[in-house]
Ligand binder design. Structure first.
Ligand SMILES: [Zn+2]
Length: 75
């Protein structure tokens, strides 16, 4: 059994791990790097961390735009 990294943005119904491996019933997921033992995830840690950070930034940006939009629409 391998434990892959699971960014908290991803749901439990994800079919593929962040490293691109298809998840099986014997695959574990964790948002805690100290529990991740998948070599592919560990090797790509820097890249994964970066993409998670930029995804989060994009979501924050989107929410900000949405808030601005709502504010503008209301009288
Ligand atoms: Zn993995």
């Amino acid at each position: 059994m391998k434990t892959h990294f699971l960014p908290h943005l991803q749901g439990d119904d994800e079919e593929r791990a962040v490293c691109g491996v298809w998840l099986g019933e014997d695959s574990g997921m964790s948002g805690d790097w100290s529990r991740v033992d998948c070599q592919r995830c560990i090797k790509g840690k820097a890249k994964i961390t970066q993409s998670v950070a930029s995804e989060e930034a994009a979501i924050v940006q989107q929410m900000g735009d949405m808030a601005n939009f709502i504010r503008e629409v209301q009288p």
